[in-house]
Design a protein around this ligand. Sequence first.
Ligand SMILES: [Zn+2]
Length: 306
Amino acid sequence: MPEVSDVSSPVSDIGPVLDVARGRLVTVLTGAGLSTDSGIPDYRGPDAPPRTPMTLQQFVGDPAFRRHYWARNHVGWRHVEDVSPNAGHRALVRLEAAGVVHGVITQNVDRLHTRAGSRSVIDLHGTYARVVCLDCGDLSTRAELALRLEAMNPGFAKVAAVADAEIAPDADAVVASTEGFVVADCLVCGGMLKPEIVYFGENVPKARVAEAYAMVDAAEVLLVAGSSLTVMSGLRFVRHASRTGRPVVIVNRGRTRGDEFAAVKLDAGCSEVLGALADALPGEHLPARTGVAAGNSPRPAVLPGA
Ligand SMILES: [Zn+2]
C-alpha cells in the first residue's frame, strides 16, 4: 500500500492528543482506516478506487443481484476470518485494560476489535458473522448458513475461489460464474436472509444507536480513528460529542466530514498513533475503571504499584 506523505515521526505528533486525552476517559469511534493494516481495503481512503456501494434496495429488489451477492459472499466471507487484528486494535485493548478507553463503537463489520480482545464494543453496522431474516428477524450465524449453502451448491465455493481474490464481503467479482447459484431462505419462516450488516439506505437499529450515544456520554473525549465520517451513522456521534462539550480527536489519513468539530486532527495512520497513545497514556492515567457511571468525571487517583 503506498505511503501517504507523512515525513514527521507520528510519536512527536501525538502531543496535542495527549493534551486532550490525559486524565480523561475516552470513547473511540473506528472505521475502515483502522483495519487497512490488517489487509482489509478501505474503499473510502485517499488511495481507494471509486466504487459504488451496494444498497439495501438493490439487495431486496433484484433477485439476480441477491443471487450474485450470496454467491460472491459464499466464496469470500471466510477470508475475513483469515485476517488478523493489527497494532491499532491491540493498542485499543491495552488502553481499555488501562482504564483509558471506556469502549469502542466501530463501523467495521470485521469483528477485529472483539477478536483482538476489546471487551466493550458496539458493532454499529453489524458484523459479517451473523445473518438476519428480513421477514421474521431471526438471527443465525454465517457459519451455519455456510453449511447450508455448501449443501445446496456443492463444490461451488472451491471452483469460484480460483477466479476470485478479493476480501471485501460486498466486492463485485465472479459475475459470470454465479448463474445457477441457489440462495438459502430463512429456516424459520422461509423469508429473505441478509447478512446482519447495515447497508447504504438502511438505518442502524434504534436500540444500537441509543447504546452508542450512551457510550459517548459515559466518556469525556471522543476519539475517531480511521473514519472519513462520510455517512451520518458515524458523523452524528461527533456532532453529539461536540455539542455536549466533549472534545473530539480525529486520527485519519485524509480529510473527514467531522474535521470542523475536531479539537485535534491528526493526518496519520491509526496503528502508529494508537500504539503511541497506548505507550504514553497508561501509567499517568486512571486506575482500572470501577463504578464509573455515565456522566461522572473520573479523576485520576494514585495508580497502585505503578
Ligand atoms: Zn424468517
